[in-house]
Design a protein around this ligand. Sequence first.
Ligand code: DAH
Length: 371
Amino acid sequence: MAYTVPKLTDYSAAALVKAVNQCIDACQAEAAAVKNESELKLLRDRWLGRKTGILTQINDLWLKGSPKGEKREVGIHVNELKLRIQILVEGTQLAVGETVKAVSDGVDITLPGIRRPIGAEHPVIKTMHEIVAVFQKLGYSVAEGPVVETDYYNFEALNFPPNHPARDTQDTLFIAGQQTKPQRERLLLRTHTSPVQIRTMERMRPPLRIVIPGQVHRNDPPDASHSPMFHQVEGLAVDTNITFGDLKGTLDHAMKALFGSSVKTHFRPSFFPFTEPSAEMFVSCFICGGSGQRGSDPCRPCKQTGWIEILGCGMVDPNVFEFVKDNGYDPKKVSGFAFGMGADRIALLKYGVDDIQLFFQGDVRFLQQFS
Ligand code: DAH
């Protein structure tokens, strides 16, 4: 028998639920029986028709006809019922046949799917990839190593003797509970990517050309230019007869490839335990073109000097080769150069971002600008 809207006498919740369910069951049965377009039209008119459709009748009979005190409760049930009937009937409209079942099971297949935006490379990772790519084109391979490192690789084999003051410059974060181990086995968060130099020389015999991207940590309080976690790209070339001239030529080329062919490089003496001689390399400021001025304003990124410090470098100290001598790195026979740069700092400069914290706060509005 075709469904007709009953009059309600009992407005209790149980009675309402029962009436609602009967109505839905009836609608489901009718929707499932629809076979063609004209039956579908009849279904729509019968249930959703504005003037005399079943939903309108329910509104009049159940809601308007209910006692004053019950109206709120009845309204909630009627609204829910309307929504479900609409979904059922409209769903039937879009998908006659087998999908009618899916709709009546409570899955509204007519709703649009969930759109997941495609991600993009993080600006720091993107910068690291760009730096790495420059060296790959020169024939360098990529090497990586662990972020949790031993004292041996992070310090000792890089010619930082135990208790040497150069260790203090690296504000190390140590892993707790290591005191019972011999010092060289104690774990820490690597403070630089340089330990991967040793790890790779242990595995591969010379000649060697590697570039090493990775995450490093230091016990620095976060501010606009410091983060306890940051990124470096390291490089190492070892062969017979590698000279400081090779270092300068390679790095000058790399800077031109990264910042544009008009940048100049210059080197100042410095100190690192693992290189001798050591240098800091500067590039002419690619923001002000080396003038130190931006119009009438001082150029902030280069502090008006016209030069930006970009990396540390030097000739591999023979003491470092001593640690891997057995794998073909006899300091009397081979020489090499190494360098290390901060990828986050380069990304800050490249994109004109003035606070490193923005890179790591995960604010999609910030990150979207680089996609
Ligand atoms: N490891 C150094 C640091 O984190 C950077 C560095 C300097 C790396 C000179 C090198 C190098 O390979 O030769 O401060």
